[in-house]
Design a protein around this ligand. Structure first.
Ligand SMILES: NC(=O)c1ccc[n+]([C@@H]2O[C@H](COP(=O)([O-])OP(=O)(O)OC[C@H]3O[C@@H](n4cnc5c(N)ncnc54)[C@H](O)[C@@H]3O)[C@@H](O)[C@H]2O)c1
Ligand SMILES: [Zn+2]
Length: 361
């Protein structure tokens, strides 16, 4: 178990026992249990959960559609209406069974409904197990701006059951792996060595990797829960990553996953770190060759630069007119509140395309 603030994070097969004990302790309260799923976690993960925790067999299931385009206030309104229509009171608990979308959105809905009902996160993707389900950031997107509306609120517990990952698509698996790469680069050079050897098929190895990511994230978040300073190191790769994600969210028919955008963001922001003379050419090459071996090129054109920069200028981490970056000071070490010129940002896009031997026009 990893303890973060008042939120225990139970990992492995024994985790469901902790959930059962927790629910039993609440049983004399008159309350409803709701489980939030999307169509995939409803199909693949819910039967496993109900089988493991029979007490949940009478829980009410709420299903929403998967996809970042549904992470918005309209979906929240639909959920608030369901809870309100069922006369749910503050003794209720919402169990978020799914990826980062379910825990971000479900956490926000629970925290704001009647000024807050309890919620529990049971993450089912690599991304959510290693990152999104812990740390207390909840929220939704607004007008293509990522996580524009939201609150900090910890779940009452997090249950990490790695077997859920068996049904995850290869694409979603690697999307989540980008956050693990980020954790290693910002906090732990040895971990960086280890993840470069991690095999998707080696379950024990993957479990260790996820556990180490949880420890890195929890340690950082515990010191700075509201992101006043240190926690910003977790935003490495996300200034450019979120801009790409927002930009592609607005393009019908193109689907870019959060972690894929972050992987490209890590390449560009490593390049900016190199240009600021913070990391060496050797370090830059090591980072970019690993990421290029795992992630496909994201095609965007020079004429889209302006739009991308506009998204970055809107970023909530900015202070004043400057775009705020977290940069690498070395592999395993990050520095917050750095800025760079728009020309260097544009040069990082050119560098990104060149790496993949793509023209940038
Ligand atoms: N709160 C935070 O600290 C934080 C951190 C990182 C990312 N995020 C957010 O997380 C979201 C991305 O999370 P994600 O990648 O988990 O996305 P997601 O929740 O959209 O899940 C990805 C896909 O996997 C499917 N899926 C989930 N579990 C499955 C399983 N076990 N088997 C088969 N399919 C499964 C889902 O239905 C979905 O289609 C983004 O909105 C991002 O902004 C939040
Ligand atoms: Zn992220």
């Amino acid at each position: 178990m990893v303890q973060y603030g008042d939120c225990p994070i139970h990992i492995g097969k024994g985790a469901f026992k902790k959930l059962k004990d927790h629910l039993k302790n609440r049983q004399n309260k008159k309350y409803g249990i709701f489980i939030l799923v999307d169509e995939n976690t409803g199909k693949y993960c819910l039967p496993v959960l109900l089988n493991q925790v029979s007490l949940l067999k009478n829980a009410e299931i709420i299903e929403i559609e998967s996809g970042e385009e549904h992470k918005n206030i309209n979906t929240c309104i639909a959920l608030w209406n369901i809870l309100s229509g069922k006369n749910v009171n503050r003794d209720a608990v919402l169990i978020n069974l799914g990826g980062g979308l379910i825990s971000d959105l479900g956490g926000f809905v629970a925290t704001t409904f009647k000024r807050g009902i309890e919620f529990i996160n049971i993450p089912t993707t690599v991304l959510a197990q290693a990152d999104a389900a812990t740390g207390g950031k909840t929220g939704v997107d607004l007008n293509l701006h990522k996580n524009e509306i939201g609150v900090f609120k910890l779940p009452s517990m997090v249950i990490i059951y790695p077997d859920f990952l068996k049904t995850l698509s290869r694409r979603d698996f690697f999307s989540g792996f980008a956050e693990i790469i980020k954790h290693a680069l910002i906090a732990d050079a040895n971990y960086w060595k280890k993840i470069r050897q991690a095999q998707r098929t080696d379950e024990k190895g993957m479990l260790n990797v996820i556990r180490q990511s949880i420890v890195i994230k929890s340690t950082i978040v515990e010191k700075d829960p509201l992101e006043k300073g240190l926690r910003k190191i977790l935003n490495f790769g996300h200034t450019i990553g979120h801009a790409l994600e927002s930009h592609f969210l607005g393009k019908p028919g193109v689907r870019l996953l959060h972690g894929e955008a972050v992987a490209a963001g890590i390449i560009c922001e490593s390049y900016i770190s190199y240009q600021a003379k913070k990391i060496s050419q050797v370090e830059l090459n090591q980072i970019t060759s690993f990421i290029c071996s795992l992630y496909k090129h994201i095609p965007f054109k020079r004429k889209e630069e302006k739009k991308l920069i506009q998204f970055m200028q809107h970023d909530k981490k900015n202070r004043g007119a400057d775009i705020n970056f977290t940069l690498l000071a070395a592999i395993g070490k990050a520095e917050i509140n750095k800025t760079c010129s728009v020309d260097v940002i544009k040069a990082s896009f050119g560098f990104y395309h060149k790496l993949y031997q793509m023209s940038y026009v």
